[in-house]
Design a protein. Structure first.
Length: 188
């Protein structure tokens, strides 16, 4: 099925407008009317694409989560391919480029789904799968290691988003994460 270019453009416009509003105010205070007015579309056009603002939020969360899943999967493959530093640099640069959007979406709370919850699940599952499938773990459970990894990675993401303009700090972060990973894998 071929999607109409106008529909794709309208969906992107609605999403960009919604994220811009999230940068300014809490999710609970955003209305469909406000999204429509800022996007210069009618409310019925909004409803042609989304059932409500929760469906819009879920769509955006799913898009970012799928992209993140791919990047994290590549990151764990890179451990075996010995190009971890390049993959971490790539992920860090991607996060920095999307700083404003990610920060806005990560701030959304009070819903049954959130980007942070999805990121945590992705990080846990990818690391758990890695620890279970590699005979490096002799001292700790894969569950424990995966939980620790997920929390450290989320802290790293928060740091990246808060310091995205300082290239030296981001380079230090990449170097530290790489050293930490090498140390952990070498010791467990």
């Amino acid at each position: 099925m071929v999607l109409d270019k106008r529909k794709i453009k309208t969906k992107r416009l609605i999403e960009r407008t919604f994220i811009a509003l999230l940068s300014e105010k809490e999710f609970s205070r955003i209305t469909i009317k406000e999204i429509s007015e800022k996007a210069l579309i009618s409310k019925s056009t909004f409803y042609d694409h989304y059932v409500d603002k929760y469906a819009l939020l879920n769509t955006i969360i799913l898009e970012y989560s799928n992209e993140f899943q791919t990047e994290i999967h590549e990151r764990f493959k890179s451990v075996d391919e010995h190009n971890t530093l390049e993959v971490i640099s790539s992920i860090t640069q991607d996060l920095a480029l999307q700083n404003k959007n990610l920060s806005a979406i990560l701030r959304v709370t009070g819903t049954d789904r959130s980007l942070e919850i999805n990121f945590r699940k992705i990080l846990f599952m990818e690391s758990f799968t890695y620890f279970e499938s590699h005979p490096i773990n002799k001292r700790f459970s894969s569950d424990f290691l995966a939980k620790m990894y997920a929390e450290m990675a989320l802290a790293s993401i928060s740091y990246t988003l808060a310091n995205y303009e300082d290239k030296e700090l981001l380079k230090q972060q990449v170097d530290f994460v790489n050293l930490l990973q090498q140390s952990i894998i070498g010791k467990i």
